[in-house]
Structure formats: C-alpha cells, structure tokens
Design a protein around this ligand. Structure first.
Ligand code: B12
Ligand code: SF4
Ligand code: SF4
Length: 397
C-alpha cells in the first residue's frame, strides 16, 4: 500500500495564532499543565548526546540509546512530514509521606507513587491529537511519551518549558522540575515558542553536593553508571559495592537532586487521582518487600511503574536498604528471619545483596553477629554461585 500523502498544512498567521491559543486551552482541559511549541528540526546539543553515549555514561541503557541515535536526530523520522513538536508538561508531585526517612521503609521516587504515567499521558495525547486533526482536516499527529526515540527534554527546552538545571533536570521557573514530559508531533507548521535563555541556577551547587553517589561529576553531566535512578530501576545484576551505602533507603528511583533544588519549594503538585500514592503512601515496608515471591510481586505492582525494576531489582534494593539501616538491632526482630529466608532465594542477585546486608549488620552489632555468622557460614556450605560465594566471604571477613 502506498504511504499516506504528506498533506501540507500551511495556515495564515492569524489562524495559527488562534489555533495555538485553543490548543493550549484544550491541553489544559485534558489535564496537561503547560505546553510549548518547537520545530521538528534536530534537537539542540544532539552531538552532546552522541558524545555522552560514546563515553559510556549511559550505563546499562547504552545499547538502547546507541541504536536509536539516528532517529533521535530527526524527530520527523517518527512522523512523516512532521514540522512541529508540541511539548507538554504534566506536574506529578502529590503530597508527601512523613515516613520517607524511616529506615525500616523504602523510598520511592515521587513520579512512581501512583499508576504508570505512560497510559494516562498516552490517552491524553491521543485525545489532543484527535482534536487537532479535527480542527485542521488533513493534518496528522503522533503522540510520544518515552515510547519512541524523541529527545523530550531537549525539545521541551527549545519549546520554552524550562532550562537545564545543573542536575540535568528541565526546570520551570514557576513550577520546578517535578513534571513529566510528552510530545505531540504534527505535520502542522505552528509558530515556535522562545526558549528560556537565562541560567537560573546561578552559583548554586546544591544538587551536585547532595548526590549520594557522585553521579553528577560536573554541572549538567550525569553518569548513569552511578545514578541511583538507573541503578534501582534499569540495572540488573549486583550493584557495585562502593555505591551501596549511597542507596540509603531508596528502593525505586531517587529524588535527592530535586529535593534540594530551591526551585522545587513551590512545585504546584497535582490532584490527578491516577497519580496519587497508593494505600502505602510514598514508601514501602522493607520487610513486606522482602516477603514477596514472584506471584506476589506481580499482583502487588501490576499497573504501576515499579514493575519495571522487576522482583530482582526491588528486592535487591530492599536488602541494600536494610544493610544501610543505622540501627540493625532495632531492625532485626522479624527482619533477621526474613533475611535468613532470602539468603536462600532462587535469585542469586537477591542472595548476594542479602549476604552484603547481613555482613553490614554483623560489623555494626556484635550482639547480632553471634546469630548472623552461622547463618552466613551455613549458606556458604551449600552455595554454588561464584558471585554469591564472594559476597558471603566478604560478609564474613
Ligand atoms: C535515559 C533517561 C534517564 C537516565 C539518564 C538521565 C539523564 N540525565 O540523562 C536515568 C535512568 C539516570 C534517568 C533518571 C531520571 N529520570 Co529520566 N529519562 C531518560 C530519558 C529516557 C532520556 C534522557 C536522555 O536523553 N539522556 C541523555 C543525556 C545526554 O541527556 P541530558 O542529561 O538530559 O543531557 C543534556 C543536558 O545536560 C544538556 N546540556 C549539557 N550541557 C548543557 C549546557 C547548557 C548551557 C544547557 C542549556 C544544556 C546542556 O545537553 C545534554 C544532551 O541532550 C528521558 C525521556 C526522553 N525520551 O527524553 C527521561 C526523562 C529525562 N527522565 C525523567 C525523570 C523524571 C527522571 C528522574 C527524576 C526519575 C527518578 N526520580 O528517579 C531521574 C532524574 C535523574 C537526573 N538527575 O537526570 C523525565 C524528566 C522530566 C524533567 N522535568 O526534566 C524524562 C523527560 C521522562 C519524561 N517523559 O518525563 N533518566
Ligand atoms: S537522581 Fe539521585 S543518584 Fe541520580 S543524580 Fe540525582 S541525586 Fe544523584
Ligand atoms: S539545586 Fe541549584 S544548581 Fe541544582 S538544579 Fe537546582 S538551582 Fe540548579
């Protein structure tokens, strides 16, 4: 079948001015917080993205990002004849959990407290695209929310939705950085918005100073090999030992470089029901997490962003968070028995993380050490996996 003809949608400036004003209203009605328009030309600093991936700074996402670099350079490759990209911001922060600093509980990134945002934003993008296609018959639209290789942050910066903070987040001077981005490509030629030219970070370095794993070695440069967000959500396998203490009690994502940012003090937040925290609030009991088997994990997190970490990732991070507990004797109670059970988990990555956590407790509490050492030795007697054996030996050393 021949491809659809590319319908040129040149409108006169008075008509596009009215159309964009109506588009803003329609986007707001659908629940988007802000909107900016840019051209479908190559995103600014695309060469910087190529350099970043080439330097190995993308961590485990390197293969995926590398493969799509040519498409990222050409937004119009995602929709034939695309001339504009409408970038949309959706605020997501929703109250706060008073138990965030409770070391018996695991912290979740604020974006992940409610349902998976992809479904919500996709539905809104589809509605906005359908609305636009009705206004200008012949024009075509395609919505993207992490679903296609679009440099969302770069395009949103060019569309005036924020400036790049030193933490690499896009920050809106009125709304901070707790917002999702999504894009609507269109064949319409819409007047682009102006980017923000001022660097509002000034001399502040709060995010660089606060990052617990030094994942921001210099302003606007992130090393995904060290970022807790990548380590807890994307990465599989054992976490490098030297980064484990930086986890604190984060088990899914990390917001530290946003929490310390002064521009987030007045983040507007959202009342959207789908983005509100589930019954547990913004944290999860570490003990409950470690109790989950494969079926329990799927049932508990179906429809939420947490599924992405898989059981291995979430339980591995929960074990590391237990290992970082400042008062193991207070935590021990039921948790020590749970850690003993997980030392025999089917997944070697979870077994390894549990061995590390027990080693941390053993070192910090001579009282607990009496029970922990035989536990570790008993496991070492039967353990066949070489990596887990090294973890057990290190925990006993
Ligand atoms: C890969 C990815 C990650 C990776 C890498 C993050 C990163 N900083 O690159 C990991 C897994 C670590 C990650 C983490 C997070 N992510 Co993420 N991630 C993405 C994704 C899929 C691609 C980002 C990308 O292209 N990175 C490549 C690097 C090179 O880009 P960059 O760091 O942005 O670098 C640019 C700037 O630094 C800029 N730059 C460099 N120097 C200079 C100098 C000046 C003067 C200027 C102006 C600019 C500038 O140029 C670089 C090249 O583009 C996007 C979605 C998308 N499709 O775009 C979401 C996205 C960026 N992530 C998002 C979120 C919410 C997060 C987290 C907050 C989640 C969490 N709480 O755990 C953290 C934040 C960590 C952080 N500080 O960035 C949001 C960001 C929204 C916003 N307001 O910015 C996005 C847009 C997803 C979405 N659809 O909403 N993420
Ligand atoms: S998300 Fe956390 S680990 Fe990643 S750069 Fe920000 S503070 Fe550092
Ligand atoms: S914490 Fe300071 S340096 Fe970092 S992004 Fe916010 S304003 Fe910029």
């Amino acid at each position: 079948m021949p491809p659809d003809p590319v319908v040129s949608c040149d409108l006169d400036s008075a008509v596009t001015g009215r159309l964009v004003a109506d588009l803003r209203q329609q986007a707001e009605r659908l629940g988007f917080s802000r909107l900016g328009v840019t051209t479908a030309e190559q995103p600014p600093r695309h060469e910087r993205l190529v350099w970043w991936v080439g330097q190995g700074l993308a961590g485990s996402m390197e293969g995926w990002l590398q493969k799509h670099l040519p498409l990222r350079a050409r937004p119009d490759s995602l929709l034939e004849g695309a001339r504009s990209v409408i970038m949309l911001a959706t605020d997501y922060v929703s109250g706060d959990d008073p138990h965030r600093r409770d070391p018996n509980r695991g912290q979740l990134a604020r974006y992940a407290l409610g349902d998976d945002y992809h479904g919500l934003l996709r539905q809104r993008l589809n509605e906005l695209g359908a609305w636009l296609e009705r206004q200008v018959p012949g024009c075509r639209c395609r919505g993207v929310v992490d679903s296609a290789p679009l440099s969302e942050r770069e395009l949103a910066a060019r569309a005036g939705l924020g400036w790049f903070g030193k933490n690499t987040m896009l920050i809106d001077p009125r709304a901070g950085s707790y917002f999702f981005l999504s894009g609507l490509l269109t064949t319409l030629d819409l007047p682009p918005d102006e980017p923000i030219k001022v660097d509002h970070c000034g001399s502040c370095t709060a995010c660089l100073d606060a990052c617990p794993t030094d994942a921001l070695p210099e302003p606007r440069l992130l090393d995904a090999n060290r970022c807790l967000s990548a380590l807890t959500i994307e990465d599989r396998g054992p976490v490098p030992v030297e980064l484990r203490s930086g986890f604190g009690n984060w088990v899914f994502g990390c917001d530290i470089c946003q929490e310390v940012c002064p521009w987030n003090r007045h983040a507007p937040g959202t009342a959207e029901p789908a983005l509100q925290p589930s019954a547990d609030g913004g944290t999860l009991s570490l003990l409950d997490l470690l109790a989950l088997d494969a079926t329990g994990f799927r049932a508990r997190f179906r429809g939420t962003p947490l599924l992405r970490a898989k059981r291995q990732g979430l339980l591995r991070s929960a074990a590391i968070a237990f290992g970082n507990h400042p008062n193991p004797e207070q935590a021990a109670g039921d948790s020590l028995e749970m850690l003993r059970q997980r030392l025999a988990d089917d997944d070697p990555v979870i077994r390894g993380a549990v061995a590390w956590a027990l080693g941390q407790w053993r070192r910090r509490s001579p009282r607990l050490a009496d029970g922990i050492v035989p536990m570790l030795r008993g496991r070492l007697d039967v353990e066949a996996d070489a990596t887990v054996r090294s973890e057990l030996e290190a925990a006993l050393a």
